[in-house]
Design a protein. Structure first.
Length: 52
């Protein structure tokens, strides 16, 4: 039981670390996507204003 617990703990901590990393990556990707979207909208507004 002790060996199993010792083997399970690092595995669990490693999986939680991977989950945290994936969450952070997804959050940063979503943030970059939002930034790109806002810049795209701003460019569209500018083009619309110039054409208008």
């Amino acid at each position: 039981c002790l060996i199993f617990g010792r083997w399970w703990l690092p595995l669990h901590s490693r999986s939680s670390l991977l989950e945290e990393e994936a969450y952070r990556m997804a959050r940063s990707a979503r943030f970059a996507l939002d930034k790109k979207k806002t810049s795209f909208l701003r460019m569209g507004n500018l083009a619309f204003r110039l054409s208008y």
